[in-house]
Ligand binder design. Structure first.
Ligand SMILES: [Zn+2]
Length: 407
């Protein structure tokens, strides 16, 4: 084994040992089976020993010769995240902002509700007429619901088109593919399970209704050019070619998760502009769904306005964990400010109640905001590709932003 592989092995073995204490910590693993089997056999090692190993790994990384700067930064930042997870496992009380900062490398802020008022003003302009804003929003969303059978019928159409665009821009590995399955009773709306060898299984949760307006963005997020594409290309370039074995493990509570959600939430824009999406809805998707009467321009305008409400879920996480508000209070907050139904609010609360996900909730909008800020200063295509192909941390993106905004 050469030194390049050894860094990856130490990193992966530590991650596998932490996962023994916190099942679900590892979202995907496709490295050597033997390492996983050995971690399972070892079971729960002493947390203080794991903290010692993390400390040693951190010191060795900082002193190592021959590590490229981006790889060193990637490894070092991820070990910091592991150290926080180990502190939390040992029962340490930490504020949610400190937890998120150590794990993802960005400090989240409470979003002032004044920010959401801009969204309401825009929504008021574009939603069909009706009673209160919330009722108008719910009515609009109901009008876009499609049954699972229809979703199954439309998916091949959507996936094929997104795949073609993605392949043109990013060169997909040969033989990559994913399956789509419908599941229920999950805290998330959809999930990409990366299986290794350029394969994924995408699950769509049917607890809440699916809307036609959301399908292209959903498949871009999970499949092309989002999670599945990101992990398949990283496997090809970073694992198979460069032997960076740390990329065979995908952690939920690590800076790579913020990058992954940044990629996924900006994925649709990487392959389709707003105008192209609007045209696709109008000319193909809405007629195919039997919804030709729906105005595709309105779908885009409402989606854009709705994006200004991002940050509400993060506020809900602060309320639940730092301010110790009751679930009932948080539910009312989400229903009021997020224009959600009680059922949607409950799903959000279930998600942020999970110790693995309470910090994860920030990855979506913080990741989106970080990458969109970068794309204001650089060529979107070129940097979207770099973020997928190279070891990039949120800190490196920040550095790029400050370099390019000075020019
Ligand atoms: Zn995602």
């Amino acid at each position: 084994m050469n030194a390049d592989q050894e860094w990856g092995e130490r990193f992966v073995r530590l991650a596998l040992a932490i996962d023994e204490h916190m099942p679900g910590y590892i979202d995907a693993y496709f490295g050597p089976e033997e390492w996983k089997v050995q971690a399972k056999q070892a079971g729960k090692l002493l947390l203080s020993d794991l903290s010692g190993q993390a400390q040693k790994l951190s010191t060795d990384i900082s002193e190592a010769d021959g590590l490229s700067a981006p790889r060193r930064e990637y490894l070092a930042r991820h070990v910091i995240a592991m150290q926080m997870s180990l502190r939390l496992l040992q029962g340490e009380q930490v504020s949610l902002a400190d937890e998120v900062e150590a794990i993802y490398g960005v400090r989240p802020q409470w979003k002032d509700e004044a920010n959401f008022e801009e969204a309401y003003r825009l929504l008021d302009e574009v939603l069909p007429a009706g009673a209160s804003l919330k009722e108008r929003m719910l009515e609009w969303e109901r009008s876009l619901e499609i049954p699972v059978e229809k979703v199954k019928e439309l998916l091949p159409l959507i996936i094929t088109r997104l795949r073609n665009f993605t392949d043109q821009k990013l060169n997909l590995p040969e033989n990559e593919s994913f399956t789509v399955e419908f599941v229920y009773n999950q805290p998330w709306g959809a999930y990409n399970w990366y299986l290794g060898n350029f394969r994924s299984r995408i699950e769509i949760n049917t607890d809440l209704p699916t809307r036609i307006s959301f399908l292209p963005t959903l498949m871009a997020h999970e499949g092309y050019p989002g999670h599945h594409t990101d992990l398949a290309i990283k496997e090809k370039l970073l694992v198979q070619e460069l032997k960076y074995h740390e990329f065979t493990v995908n952690l939920i509570n690590a800076p790579s998760a913020l990058m992954a959600e940044g990629i996924a939430t900006t994925a649709r824009k990487a392959v389709l502009t707003d105008d192209e999406l609007e045209e696709w809805f109008g000319e193909e998707l809405l007629p195919a769904a039997g919804m030709a009467h729906i105005d595709s321009r309105r779908i885009l305008a409402i989606g854009k306005a709705g994006r200004k409400m991002s940050g509400i879920d993060g506020n809900a996480a602060f309320m639940l964990h730092d301010q110790h508000k009751s679930e009932a209070e948080v539910s009312l907050y989400l229903q009021k400010y997020g224009l959600s139904t009680e059922q949607e609010a409950k799903q959000r609360i279930d998600f942020i109640s999970n110790p693995l996900y309470r910090s994860y909730i920030f990855t979506y909008y913080v990741g989106y905001d970080l990458l969109e800020e970068l794309f204001q200063h650089v060529d979107r295509d070129r940097y979207f590709r770099r973020i997928i192909e190279e070891p990039v941390t949120p800190g490196l993106v920040r550095q790029w932003i400050s370099e390019f905004s000075e020019v």
